[in-house]
Design a protein around this ligand. Structure first.
Ligand code: SAM
Length: 336
């Protein structure tokens, strides 16, 4: 690559925040929802959203560079297959994800220099409180967070049902620890109707997410704190995308609570782990993301790091399975 190409690349990279922010603003405004039933002229769309038509058009053009929305020569704006994923009701929706990543997380990246210097959370540096303290005090944004996790976890729930079918077929009950909106629990009871499922999460999450559960799924939401205690008596405990939010010391405290409740049951730890030979850009970004957004001193873990952490907590590894989503499922039982 010659210098002029590198110069172009640098200027593109430095402008990329505008691309992420454009998807965020279009998601906050619900533009894809406005276009759900028909195309609209830019002036009409801007009027409905109470924004400046020229700036909205420029925002749409940035999104369009990345393949979102269709902009006709006559100025009519419409959804295309990509922007349909920004609608609220699409089962594969990424709208809440764009709202969360392009707002709170985006602002927290301002703390990254501090994270590099101190290994402390960039989020905490900017917001002067941890992510979960912030969410507790901001119910509207907490709902965005919970729905973003739901959007993100949907494909994993399906993959998990297929990959661990034997485990769930043989089980009668499952508890999803830090299970948020209950998306994984819902998918499990649909795939295995004999299962009874519960979700343990922070009290405000349980209250907020109960209306989003399908009543037919009959899932119990249990308000609690996984650092304090976890109810026992379940055949399978699921812990998905939880440990990566915490440093080793906090993970050990969570695993101690799990150990106390596990009995004869199985624990499934599901995490996006990195291996050096499969460093996809998304996983490379994720490693940095965890240190900036999560608790002070949190680092991305490899499969070996995770196995070491789990076995230090008196758990024995039974199996290790890769999901097509890039997550690893570690099945564990209490060490005898
Ligand atoms: C990254 S989200 C993962 C949610 C869900 N497991 C999933 O994969 O979609 C982490 C979850 O841990 C929950 N959480 C954080 N601190 C908790 C605590 N002390 N006790 C119980 N749940 C907690 C959060 O509310 C959130 O739902």
């Amino acid at each position: 690559m010659d210098n002029s190409e590198v110069t172009k690349r640098i200027s593109e990279i430095m402008m990329f925040p505008l691309a992420a922010k454009s998807l965020n603003v279009l998601s906050e405004l619900g533009i894809a929802d406005h276009l759900l039933s028909h195309s609209l002229a830019i002036d009409d769309l801007a009027r409905r959203c109470e924004v400046d038509a020229t700036i909205l058009m420029n925002t749409l053009k940035v999104a369009n560079v990345f393949g979102f929305f269709s902009i006709a020569d006559n100025g009519l704006i419409d959804n295309n297959d990509s922007s349909l994923l920004l609608t609220s009701t699409n089962p594969d929706s990424m709208r809440h994800f764009c709202q969360l990543f392009g707002d709170e997380y985006y602002q927290a990246y301002q703390g990254m220099l501090n994270t590099c210097q101190t290994s402390e959370s960039g989020f905490k540096h900017i917001y002067q409180q941890t992510l979960y303290q912030y969410l507790e005090q901001n119910p509207t944004r907490s709902l965005v967070y919970n729905l973003a996790m739901r959007d993100f976890s949907r494909p994993v729930g399906l993959a998990l049902s297929r990959a661990c079918a034997d485990t769930f077929e043989q089980a009668g009950s499952v508890l999803d620890i830090g299970g948020g909106s209950g998306v994984i629990a819902s998918q499990l009871v649909r795939a295995f109707p004999h299962l009874s499922a519960s979700v343990l999460d922070r009290a405000d999450v349980c209250e907020q997410c109960t209306p989003y559960l399908d009543a037919c799924d009959n899932i119990e939401m249990i308000p609690g704190d996984f650092f304090q205690s976890i109810p026992s008596g379940y055949d399978v405990l699921v812990l998905k995308n939880v440990l990566h939010n915490w440093n080793n010391e906090s993970c050990q405290r969570i695993l101690k609570s799990i150990h106390a409740s596990l009995g004869e049951g199985k624990l499934l730890v599901i995490e996006p782990l990195v291996e050096s030979e499969e460093a996809s850009p998304r996983l490379v970004f994720n490693a940095l993301f965890q240190s900036v957004i999560c608790e002070d001193g949190t680092y991305q873990r490899s499969e070996a790091d995770m196995k070491a952490l789990l076995t230090q907590c008196d758990l024995s590894l039974v199996s290790c399975t890769k999901l097509p989503t890039g997550h690893t499922v570690l099945e564990l039982v209490k060490k005898i």
